[in-house]
Write a protein that binds this ligand. Structure first.
Ligand SMILES: CC(C)(COP(=O)(O)OP(=O)(O)OC[C@H]1O[C@@H](n2cnc3c(N)ncnc32)[C@H](O)[C@@H]1OP(=O)(O)O)[C@@H](O)C(=O)NCCC(=O)NCCS
Length: 189
């Protein structure tokens, strides 16, 4: 019997929303992943040709798709795509997943990422019933480290030379957030 997956929901925050991708997001999607500043610590180099967007954009349109990846568009007040937030490597038996996120650099520094993360994490722990979320971050990526620490992720270790991107070998700071920690913090605030 094949498992029936729920469609990707729209999650509404005060200033931003997480919503499914739409066909007319392609230009903004490409703009995000071709922004060298936003891709500085990413797992692949900034795109230079819109053809490079094709496979990833097609998968985003089909999300949650066959592997269950939840790929949301982060949208601002006018509903245009300004970023992406993805729950991936979702392991239903272990009830854990990884989280990835990026905003176009023009939108940094306003708390949008924190708002987007809180919406996705709430959904992951409550609706998907996950119990652990991991973030794999280049330790030099201070903005990302600060973001997850602010939310309550714990830096659990350093994985040496884990990535090779555009000829550069880099480490991973592995962060983890447990459902029990998230709920305990929610009760304290
Ligand atoms: C990481 C990223 C998503 C942060 O987005 P953002 O919307 O600017 O983050 P927020 O405004 O919600 O900030 C959250 C916290 O991180 C801090 N922060 C954000 N960027 C920072 C930076 N460059 N240096 C230091 N702190 C930073 C903020 O001050 C805030 O902390 P505070 O609440 O104590 O003030 C954004 O910089 C980005 O898209 N980077 C490129 C993609 C990327 O590297 N993704 C992560 C891959 S692991």
């Amino acid at each position: 019997m094949t498992e029936k997956r729920s469609p990707l929901p729209t999650l509404q925050g005060p200033r931003i929303r997480l919503r499914p991708h739409r066909e007319d997001d392609l230009a903004a999607f490409f703009a995000l992943y071709s922004d060298p500043e936003a891709m500085r610590y990413w797992s692949f180099p900034a795109w230079t040709d819109i053809a490079q967007a094709r496979d990833r954009f097609a998968a985003a349109l089909l999300s949650p798709g066959v592997d269950g990846t939840h790929a949301w568009a982060v949208a601002g007040a006018d509903d245009a795509l300004i970023g992406g937030l993805t729950l991936f490597s979702i392991d239903g038996a272990q009830r854990r997943a990884e989280i990835g996120y990026a905003l176009q650099s023009a939108h940094w520094g306003r708390g949008y990422a924190q708002e987007a993360m809180r919406l996705a994490i709430e959904y992951a722990f409550d609706a998907l019933r996950l119990r652990r979320i991991e973030a794999d971050i280049d330790p030099r990526n201070q903005g990302s480290c600060r973001l997850v620490e602010r939310i309550g992720f714990v830096r659990e270790g350093l994985l040496r030379q884990r990535w090779l991107v555009a000829g550069e070998i880099t480490d991973t700071a592995l962060y983890g957030l447990l459902q029990e920690d998230w709920h305990r913090r929610a009760q304290q605030t």
